[in-house]
Structure formats: structure tokens, C-alpha cells
Design a protein around this ligand. Structure first.
Ligand SMILES: Nc1ncnc2c1ncn2[C@@H]1O[C@H](COP(=O)(O)OP(=O)(O)OP(=O)(O)O)[C@@H](O)[C@H]1O
Ligand SMILES: [Mg+2]
Length: 246
């Protein structure tokens, strides 16, 4: 279980101080999928960084299974907004990276990487470098690298934003398939209301300046892209977002 307790984050630089998050309290139950929506600048990426241990909150703390987060941990995988790929490593090597760091057996690494290349349709690019890929292909490599770790906590910052509509829907289904096989805790940031409602068992809405949690909407109709519940929930979120952007 992830517990975020009274977390505030203020960025300070020579000429400015920006309060990116204010008094965030949130519990992520094990094996559930949470989506976060909120205007640009509402602190979504900052929240992901704080949970991942990539940034120390100015106030409050993040606890995973009761232990305070002080840095990235083994059971967690993060997909960052800018992909975070190593340009000097091939697609295959980028996907294998976390497993190599964990010193997994080479045969096992090879099998996992093969499976992921296949699932994410990246086989033809296995020996390419990130500089030779499109934005959407890079994004899929970043997703592959995270999934290779079979994490119990998966933090994703707009992971499907560079994908075409068709690939995006495929990836959303792929994520749900993987989750059904191994129900990890997922926190996924998105700007797409449709994606938030399709994937999120709970939908967290942030408002900006400073970022605060405005609502957490339970979504019993997750996993469906149509129907009365879907349209009703999407409508509620749209209205709330418009209110918070004003
Ligand atoms: N390193 C930094 N130094 C100073 N200010 C920062 C830094 N990173 C983010 N900010 C500020 O903190 C606020 C929250 O930023 P953050 O990137 O978390 O927003 P976001 O919700 O992820 O936005 P987007 O939807 O555009 O990705 C913004 O006002 C941003 O300008
Ligand atoms: Mg962001």
C-alpha cells in the first residue's frame, strides 16, 4: 500500500518559488488502478517523482508498505514523461536495463525481452537506437522497460500520449491484460478523459496552483469505453476539470 501523507512540494530557484503540490493525502491500495487528471502544471509529474523517490517532498512523506520512500525501489517501475531512454543503448538493451541492473540470469532476461518486443510490436527495431525511432516507438520502449520488471507498483506519466489512436487503444488493452495476469498497483497520469475513465478504477482529479486533490471518483465501469456509466463519468470529469481550470 502506498500512503502519501501531507505532501507538499515547493520548487525553489534563484528567481522564483513555485508551490507545485499542497497538502496531498492519498492512499493507493494494492492491486488497484488509479488514473490522475488535472490541468497542465497541476503537479502530476511532481507527484509521480515524489512517489518514485526521485524528489524529496518539502513537507510530508510517502510510505510504501509502511516504509518511508527515500529513493527508487526494486518493486517499482516508473515511465517518465520524457521516456528516459539511454541514447547509446539499443531498443533491446534499453528494455533489458532494469533486469541487468537486478543481475537476473541472462537466459531469463533474453526470454523476457523477446516476449516484450513481441507484445509491443518492437521486434523490427530491437537493434535500433532511440535516435532512430519515432516518438511513439520510443514511448513503447519505455513502457517495455518498465513492464520487463513485473513491478508491484507501476507509475506512468502520460505513457501513451505519443501513440496514434489505434496503438494507444491496443496499449491500454495490453496494460489491462497484464494487470489481469498480475494485478499490480498502477498510477497513470493522463490528459485524456477517455483514457482516465477506461483504465481508472479510481480517478484522481488535481487542480492547479498549487496542485491539490479535488476529487477521487470511484469508477465501477472501468474497462469499458461505452455505455451509460462511461459517458456519465466522463461528463462529470469534464465538468470538474473545466471548473478547476477557470
Ligand atoms: N524543476 C522545476 N523547477 C521549478 N518549477 C518546476 C520544476 N518542475 C516543475 N515545476 C513547476 O511545478 C508545477 C507543476 O509541474 P508538473 O510538471 O508537476 O505539472 P504537470 O501537472 O505534470 O503538468 P503537465 O500536464 O504539463 O505535464 C508547474 O508550475 C511547473 O512550472
Ligand atoms: Mg507532467
Amino acid at each position: 500500500m502506498v500512503k502519501i501523507e501531507n505532501v507538499s512540494v515547493t520548487y525553489s530557484s534563484i528567481n522564483a518559488r513555485v508551490k507545485a503540490l499542497e497538502d496531498i493525502n492519498l492512499t493507493l491500495e494494492d492491486g488497484r488502478i488509479y488514473t490522475i487528471v488535472g490541468p497542465s502544471g497541476s503537479g502530476k509529474t511532481t507527484l509521480i517523482y515524489a512517489i518514485a523517490g526521485l524528489l524529496k517532498p518539502s513537507e510530508g512523506s510517502v510510505l510504501i508498505d509502511g516504509e518511508k520512500v527515500v529513493g527508487p525501489s526494486r518493486n517499482m517501475a516508473v515511465i517518465l514523461q520524457d521516456f528516459g531512454l539511454f541514447p547509446w543503448k539499443t531498443v533491446e538493451q534499453n528494455i533489458a536495463l532494469g533486469l541487468v541492473i537486478r543481475k537476473e540470469n541472462p537466459g531469463k532476461i533474453k526470454a523476457i525481452v523477446e516476449d516484450i518486443l513481441d507484445k509491443l510490436s518492437l521486434k523490427p527495431f530491437a537493434h535500433h537506437y532511440p535516435g532512430q525511432l519515432s516518438g511513439g516507438q520510443k514511448q513503447r520502449v519505455a513502457i517495455g522497460r518498465a513492464l520487463a520488471l513485473s513491478p508491484s507498483l507501476l507509475l506512468m506519466d502520460e505513457p501513451f500520449s505519443s501513440l496514434d489512436a489505434f496503438t494507444r487503444e491496443n496499449m491500454q488493452h495490453e496494460l489491462l491484460d497484464l494487470w489481469h495476469q498480475n494485478p499490480m498497483t498502477v498510477l497513470l497520469v493522463t490528459h485524456s478523459i477517455e483514457e482516465a475513465v477506461f483504465l481508472g478504477q479510481e480517478i484522481i482529479i488535481l487542480s492547479s496552483s498549487p496542485g491539490k486533490i479535488k476529487d477521487i471518483i470511484p469508477n465501477k465501469g472501468w474497462g469499458f469505453r461505452e455505455g451509460e456509466w462511461y459517458y456519465k463519468t466522463a461528463g462529470i470529469i469534464r465538468t470538474k476539470l473545466m471548473e478547476y481550470i477557470k
